[in-house]
Write a protein that binds this ligand. Sequence first.
Ligand code: XIL
Length: 458
Amino acid sequence: MMRSRASRQLSIWIWCCACLLAMGNAEAQTTLRALAKTKGKLVGTSLSSNYIDNPASMPSGYQSTLANEFNVYVAENSFKMSELLPNAPANPFDIQISDLSTAKIDIMVARARENGVGMIRGHALIWHTQAPSWLTTSAPGWTADQITAFATSYIKAVVTYCKTINDAVDAPVRIYEWDVINETIDKSKARAKKRARGSAAKSSIEYRTGTWYDGVADRQAFIDAIFRAARNADPNLRLVYNDYGIEFYGSPKCNFMLNMVGGMVSRGVPIDGVGLQCHFIGPDPSGAGGFSSSDARKFEQTFAALRALGLDGIVTEFDLRLQTDSTTIEGNVTSQQLALQGDQYRLIVATALSQPNCPALVLWGFTDAHSWIPWACPGYGHALPFDRSYAKKPAYEGITTAIKALPTVEENKASSLTTTLPTVSAMTFGQALSNSTLSGGEGSVPGSFAFETLKEFL
Ligand code: XIL
């Protein structure tokens, strides 16, 4: 009798273990987008232009990873001005939709729709680089008012076109957010020149010079005007300032950014968030360096500072590059570097997505087969979570571990009841998602973000 009871208990125990193992396996096999959905977060990637334009040339590994793993897409290059306005318009100071190459937008929307992805980030309306050559030739002869008229009418045309896509009932895809201006903060060139001459001048930060919009002396007024133009063209669009090197609180560039966006908030200029590009450097071949826990604290403080302003922080272009053994694209890294990269990926994703004002983490590509890093930073590579054959790297496990540890949407709802809700200056994710025509299921966006959903019910 005793024996059979003991053996029954043993069988129950074995059965429980088997169930737990099966559950563990099911979870281990789940995709980033499925995991992120349960946590009310967006996890995205940029799409290589070649494959947006020529889907037939897309390797099957690229297509299946793209379709299975992500719930937000951004065009790596196709939404930049050189692509959307390649030819000189009849009147550059009053851009019309008919002046745009809207096919680029349509193709990206089609790729998202085919993969059941409902959310697209727009990147980037105004940028000093990847501007059409006709513009870089003409703009130096324009007055400040003409430059502003050009930029605001361009934004109006692009945003209005995207709004027609967002508003179409048969198009369950939303271009929900745009980087209104990219990288307009820079190291002071005057100081850099002084330093080169041996002067002891300290590094300082200023609005970027050497751009096609240099003719605008009052840079802040220009930035205010373009954000207002975007909001006027679509009151439901989220508007973002995007830059690199602003991730760590306390750095001169981060301070400048906080002052800039803080000023915008205080003047009532519509802005919803700041895009932290997060092009980070990982451990070197000796295993030293990379993203540290002290970096994580400064990163977290930046989100806190943005939150105090009522702004989101969005990870917009994440990659973590590794120093390789050669300057060619084929350069190799050590298995120790890849393992440490996985830990650092986990720390970065956990730090960002655990912030209540970080709704999304977007990778700048997902496979080492298609990454801008080996070209932009020779001697570096292997920056992304899938290798060149689309196999998952430790970095992928780092992302899943971090997302699994986040509270669920329900847990967030419960804890938000007792916390102060942040002020959000414009349309919120919750509203965006509930207003959208997206249907449920894997193909659609994740549930509304807890604090925003609650806000609607309070
Ligand atoms: C890069 C693309 O990845 C490259 O393909 C292109 O040649 C240059 O631009 N910051 C940005 C992105 O905001 O638009 C840049 O993308 C990478 C740095």
